[in-house]
Design a protein around this ligand. Sequence first.
Ligand code: ZN
Length: 658
Amino acid sequence: MKKNASITRSVFAASAATVITLALFLAPGLMAMDLVRDGKPAAAIIIPANAPQSVHYAAQELNHHIKKSTGAALEVVTEDAADKLRAQSRIHLGNTRAARSAGIDVATLAAESFTLRTTDDALIIAGRDGPGDPLNSNTSAGTLFGVYEFLQRQLGVVWAWPGELGAHVPRKSNITVAASLDIAATPPFFQRHARHGLGYTSAHPALGFTPAAAADYAREQTVFLRRNRMGRAEKFAYGHAFTNWWPKYGAEHPEWFQFFKGKRGPATPKSRYSMCVSNPGLHEKIVSLWLENTGGKSNYINIVENDIVGLCECERCVAWDGPTPPNHMRFYAPNSKVAGTRFVSDRYARFALAVQQLAAKHNPDVNVVGYVYFNYFQAPTSGVKLNEHILLGFCPSGGWYPRSPEEHAWHQATWKGWRDAGARLFMRTNYFLDGYCMPHIFARQFADDFQHAARNGMVGTDFDSLTGQWAAQGPSLYLLMALHTRPGANVDALLAEYYSVFGAAAPHIKAYFDYWENRTMTDRERINAIFANRVASRWRSWAKAAHRVFPEETLAASESHITHAAQAVANDPEALARVNFLRTGLQHAILSARVCALLTTADAASTPERGQAALLELVRFRRAHERKWFSNLNQLAWVEEASWKLTHETKQEPDNWP
Ligand SMILES: [Zn+2]
């Protein structure tokens, strides 16, 4: 490896609450250290005698990848047994004596942080390691993250999709590390989260995974997400906060609730309601409940409004509102819940500020967590000044990709407006629910959004949700993963990393996905019209309209890219297997589009009989390929139950039918 390289990577610094440091220095003139030489182990892995689970797992992951690269398995020993080792080089993982004598005090590291350093004959990876399951997002696994950073940078590992085939580990016979490596890193966002989508159930389970495959898929995806360093440094709760307040407090304090059409509280006993967010009694109650429940020690107060537009018409709420922006309704469909509503962002901003300032008297570090959503989505216009203790989930209604340039700019201006008002933000969008199992690719437009947010106060993410379409939507999903650790990276370079796993077929695979991305991006008006026409939902019932957006013949025509790709790697079995993985995704999309055309509930002529043969072919295909992990089939079954005319047949368990 190069001895003179000096690389410093700066990541967007957001605020004092998310300190970001990531730097790598390779000083000149120092010796290199072998970990593997000529395919034989030249190092051992040393862990503390009382290492937590996540350090044991870090050792296992390090060894797994080194073995996959070189064929050599390193010995793993605890510190007290290390004296008897024959290997010259040592890799110390976790809070070892070697780490402490190198001056690394893991207790002073922030959650999920690590230091990666080499001395003359040792590589030290020591992080902040909490107790708990290393695969759990809430476990601080700094050492494990240090191992992944090492594998990515030093071994060139690319985790492209869940499972062994998707884990690209370049083959080597030697692994050498510069004896001058010094990296300290904290993940750039304190929460990095894409909802896993593993809980989908359907009334038609035969369309989904067999139970055994579902369990194995869940495991593989969970491992994959950790390899991409999904997790969180701090747990904070949010979600619609006042859903049970009316039955609890409505009789005694109707003034805390919306004043709408001349009355306080829900319009009908069962209907959703919003709060009278300007009411000082409401603010006091929220803070007193927080004091009661946590003694004021919790650093987060959830004030996310109920799942309904802000409706209060009382004088004080209205007085808190700012001027309506001229383009307030510009990008909402006439049937949107937002259509025709009042612009109320300023009252919600002032609500957050009022609760935060009241609570700060008890705990200056407290943060209030709200949403920007519905008719309080666009940035405030009254000049209200927020602060870093106001944390807002960015939750658009609509705004699906592809967007027109104007719509895209409008969304980014909205984000920027809230940031300029002083709030910190987390991305809480639904965009990854889109696309069904089709090559609906919005990789670059999404990345542009993510990077814009990262430059403007984004401290966390919560994407709803992964649908697991790894073969059909690979580039979008790869960027979703990679940008969480490298938000400032060049997007084409990240995509090139993804394509590199296909070896010599990379240019053909790039052409294949560029074709679909270009088609998706230039097809916006037609896609939107189809969804309006078919009355299909982008997140719930795509399979009513998929055949219209992606006709079977158009899908089939794109297979020539895959065929050329396969020819280019005919002599590279691993790359060929990956190309065939994408082919499985495409063939599956073709079969699914065929069934959509025959069974969609949007066509009065659909009958179960008409689609029976095609449906059987699709389900047999799913059963034959389910263990490739090309798709989360249970998510598809959930979409299809809301999209197709089905019979009792698919209500059977997948182990019993067909
Ligand atoms: Zn009010």
